[in-house]
Design a protein around this ligand. Sequence first.
Ligand code: NDP
Length: 246
Amino acid sequence: MQSRVALVTGGTGGIGSSIIQRLAQTGHRVATNYRDEERARAWQEKMRAAGVEVTLAPGDVSSPEQAQALIEQIERDLGPIEVLVNNAGITRDSTFHRMTPMQWNEVIGTNLNSCFNVTRPVIEGMRERKWGRIVQISSINGLKGQYGQANYAAAKAGMHGFTISLARENARFGITVNTVSPGYVATDMVMSVPEEVRAKIVAEIPTGRLGTPNEIAYAVSFLVAEEAAWITGSNLDINGGHHMGW
Ligand code: NDP
């Protein structure tokens, strides 16, 4: 297999850490961004202890300038980015009638605008080299909606439109663009939901449990493989059967 340079945004988080580990284990040179240097260095040490070397660069992906600087630093350190996983994400939940402009804008900025901010500086290089893999980490709630998440569901649904347009524009350049839509996965994002709410969610999942970050990482590694060259514009649902069909 060929070793590629892979950037996973939000790589220090629950799902991101697993994606980083799996891509590194399959031979790729991996990088991620951070916002808090001290926390990121501690995380990098943990990864190193697990045998995974991760290149770090500072950057808030909701800022076009910081995203551009982040890409430049990683490309200086590792070479051109060939695999991009737009994974950084946040929630700012509220019913819509109480939602503030800040809650709306932060979620759209981090989950959706980030896809523009990070992908824009790498796409031209991928087109020139005629090879690229781009995966957006969307969400089950971008497909089915969720009470209290109009901002998050709008951003995650927007990722699909972004994906299928980019897939069309870049298919002839050897670039595939896909989304992965996880259901509820046991990371800090979900474990911070009150326990009784979580229990109700689990009761709705046919497999009877939350997903694991590894199960999402496995799907990403599948989509970025050399052999996945004819999978583009797809969405892969990974949710234990929580949401099926369209
Ligand atoms: P975590 O909260 O564990 O990790 C989120 C990561 O994103 C962190 O590394 C965080 O960095 C980073 N991040 C957040 N905001 C920014 C920003 N503005 N700029 C740069 N980095 C940022 O979340 P998960 O691992 O659970 O989620 C990962 C992705 O999967 C998200 O897009 C989420 O929406 C999606 N998802 C998650 C599900 C789940 O059940 N957990 C279900 C469906 C989708 P920092 O440490 O600096 O905050």
